[in-house]
Ligand binder design. Structure first.
Ligand code: BG6
Length: 518
C-alpha cells in the first residue's frame, strides 16, 4: 500500500458497533388501536426485526379498549403495513415470524383489573426478561399518563429499582405550557425515575438531525467558522405543504408554536448552536442542549410583536390543488385565532453567538415540504470586484437539508469562464442518496431501538422540555388577548404573511427558498 492509498483509505468510525445489543424485553403499547401504532410503531418494529436489530426474544403487547383477538389485531396491522411500510412489498416470511410475537390485551385504561390481566399475560411469558424488562409506550392522551403509570406500578410492573429495567416512552404534546409540563413530569416521576422516562421528539430520530453533531464536531473547516465572527445569521425552515387535515381538534389546542417550535425547531436550533459536549454520553449532550436553551434571550411582550410573526391560512391553491381555509377545516372554530404559521427572530446570549440573529419559520399549507438549516456567513470586504460585479457580492452559505433531498450544500463564488471578470455563486453538493444509497430508516426505528437499549441521547430530558416551554410561554404571553389582524392571514400556497418577509428585510436579510417537495 502506498502513502497515497493510506490517505485515500476512508476512516470509518462506527460508533454504534461497540454498543451492546438490546436485551430481550416486552413492549407494551397503550393506545394500540390508534393511528400511531399502525402508521409508525409496528412498521418500525417490523423493520428492526427485518434488519435483525430486535432482541433475540421479544413480545409486543397491544393494550386497548376494543375487543380483538391476537389474530384479528395481527391481520389489521398486516393490512396497515401495506400502506405504511417504507419497504415494499412486505416480506411475508419476515412478517409471519415477526407477527408471532404480537399479542393483544383488551382493557380499559381506567380499570385496575385490566392491569392485573396484563400482569398475568406478561407472567405467561415466563419469569425471565420478557416479564421483567418492560418498555411501556404511552400512545395515549397526556391527560391519561399519570393514571396509567400509577396502575402499571400498582400491578407490580413498574419499579424504580431492581435488576431488570422498566421504561416509559411518551409522545408529545408534553404539556401545553410550563406549568402543565411540570405537573406531567411530576406525575410520571412519582413511580419512575427520570432516567426511566423517554420523551420522544421524532426529529431527533432523523438521520440528518443526528448528523448535525457529527458534522459540526468532526470537520475542522466548519467547526472553526461556527461562531459570531463568521456567521452573519442562521435560518431554520420547517415548511409543510399539507394543511391540518383531520387534526383540527388537536391543532386548535396547539397551534404552530406549540406543535413545532417548542419541540422540533428548538431541538434543531440547540443542536446547531450548542457547545461541544464533554463526551457522547446522553447526559453530556443533554446538558449542553439545556445550557443553550437557557441562553436564548427571553422575549418581552413588546418584543414579541416585533420579533414574532404569526399567521393563519385562508383558502388557496397548493401545488395546483385547492385547499380550504383553516377556519373551514373539520373541528376548527369558524372564528379561530390559532396560528398555522410562525416566524421568529431569536438571539442567543452567550459568548459564541452574541449578536447573531436566528430566524425560525414553520407553517402549514406552504408552497412546499422542506426542512432545512441555512448558515449564512459574513461577506468578504468587496473591494476587489465591486467595480466589475456590483456592490453586492454573494456571501457563502451552508445549507443542511434535513428533508427531503437529504444532504448538505455549500455555496461560494466562482469566476464565470470567459474573458470578462464575472463572479457568480456556485454550489458543492453532498447528497445522502448518492453517497449512501437509499437506506433511510424511519425516525421511529432508531428511537424504539434506543429506548430498548436504554440510551436516552435522542430523547428529551425533563429540564429540556421545561426550558423550551419557558421560551414558548413568553411568546404566548405577548399574544395574549390579541386577535389575529388582517395582515396576519395568508393564502394557502404562499410563504406566510408578508410580515415574515419584513422581519428579515428590516435587518437586510431575506428568507432563502428551500429545495423542497412541491
Ligand atoms: C409533528 C406535528 O410533530 O410533526 C405535525 O405534530 C407535523 O403537525 C409533523 O406535521 C412534521 O413531521 P415531519 O417528520 O413530517 O417533518
Amino acid at each position: 500500500m502506498t502513502d497515497l492509498d493510506l490517505v485515500n483509505e476512508p476512516m470509518i468510525c462506527r460508533l454504534g458497533e461497540s454498543r451492546k445489543p438490546a436485551e430481550p424485553c416486552s413492549i407494551v403499547i397503550f393506545g394500540a388501536s390508534g393511528d400511531l401504532t399502525a402508521r409508525k410503531l409496528i412498521p418500525a418494529l417490523y423493520h428492526l426485526f427485518k434488519e435483525k436489530q430486535m432482541p433475540v426474544a421479544f413480545r409486543v403487547v397491544g393494550f386497548a379498549r376494543r375487543e380483538k383477538t391476537d389474530e384479528s389485531w395481527r391481520q389489521e396491522l398486516r393490512i396497515a403495513l401495506d400502506q405504511f411500510s417504507r419497504t415494499k412489498p412486505v416480506d411475508e416470511t419476515v412478517w409471519r415470524e415477526f407477527a408471532a410475537n404480537l399479542v393483544y390485551c383488551q382493557g380499559d385504561l381506567t380499570d385496575a383489573g385490566a392491569y392485573q390481566k396484563l400482569e398475568c399475560l406478561l407472567t405467561g411469558f415466563g419469569s425471565g426478561p420478557l416479564r421483567e424488562n418492560l418498555l411501556f409506550y404511552l400512545a395515549i392522551s397526556p391527560s391519561q399518563f399519570g393514571e396509567v403509570v400509577e396502575h402499571v406500578h400498582r400491578a407490580g410492573l413498574l419499579n424504580k429499582d431492581g435488576a431488570a429495567w422498566q421504561r416509559i416512552v411518551v409522545e408529545k404534546p408534553f404539556g401545553h405550557d410550563l406549568n402543565s409540563a411540570h405537573a406531567l413530569n411530576n406525575e410520571l416521576t412519582r413511580f419512575a425515575h427520570e432516567r426511566q422516562v423517554f420523551r420522544i421528539d421524532h426529529y431527533l430520530g432523523k438521520e440528518t438531525v443526528q448528523n448535525i453533531l457529527m458534522f459540526r464536531f468532526s470537520n475542522s473547516i466548519f467547526e472553526r467558522l461556527w461562531n459570531r465572527e463568521s456567521v452573519d445569521h442562521v435560518q431554520i425552515t420547517v415548511s409543510e405543504k399539507l394543511g391540518v387535515g383531520g387534526r383540527g381538534g388537536y391543532y386548535e389546542e396547539a397551534g404552530a408554536l406549540r406543535d413545532m417550535v417548542q419541540n422540533h425547531m428548538l431541538q434543531v436550533l440547540a443542536l446547531i448552536t450548542m457547545e461541544p459536549p464533554v463526551s457522547l454520553e446522553a447526559e453530556a449532550i443533554r446538558d449542553e442542549k439545556v445550557k443553550l436553551l437557557k441562553s436564548i434571550r427571553p422575549l418581552r411582550s413588546d418584543e414579541v410583536l416585533r420579533q414574532v410573526v404569526r399567521g393563519q391560512y385562508f383558502a388557496g391553491m397548493v401545488g395546483g390543488e385547492s385547499r380550504p381555509g383553516y377556519r373551514q377545516e373539520i373541528k376548527v372554530r369558524p372564528d379561530s385565532h390559532v396560528e398555522t404559521f410562525v416566524a421568529l427572530k431569536l438571539f442567543i446570549d452567550n459568548w459564541r453567538w452574541s449578536g447573531v440573529p436566528f430566524y425560525l419559520r414553520t407553517g402549514k399549507n406552504l408552497p412546499m415540504s422542506a426542512s432545512e438549516v441555512r448558515i449564512q456567513f459574513r461577506s468578504t470586504p468587496n473591494v476587489l470586484f465591486a467595480a466589475q460585479c456590483g456592490e453586492r457580492l454573494d456571501s457563502n452559505a451552508l445549507t443542511l437539508r434535513l428533508q427531503p433531498n437529504e444532504g448538505i450544500s455549500l455555496r461560494f463564488n466562482g469566476k464565470v469562464p470567459g474573458t470578462s471578470l464575472a463572479v457568480r455563486p456556485v454550489r458543492m453538493h453532498f447528497s445522502y442518496d448518492s453517497e449512501f444509497g437509499a437506506y433511510t430508516p424511519e425516525a421511529y426505528e432508531r428511537l424504539l431501538l434506543e429506548a430498548m437499549v436504554g440510551d436516552a441521547t435522542l430523547f428529551i430530558r425533563r429540564d429540556e422540555v421545561e426550558t423550551a416551554w419557558q421560551i414558548v410561554d413568553s411568546i404566548r404571553a405577548g399574544w395574549e388577548g390579541k386577535a389575529l389582524t388582517n395582515r396576519e392571514f395568508y393564502a394557502a400556497g404562499t410563504w406566510g404573511p408578508i410580515a415574515a418577509e419584513e422581519l428579515l428585510a428590516r435587518a437586510g436579510h431575506a428568507w432563502h427558498e428551500p429545495q423542497g417537495r412541491k
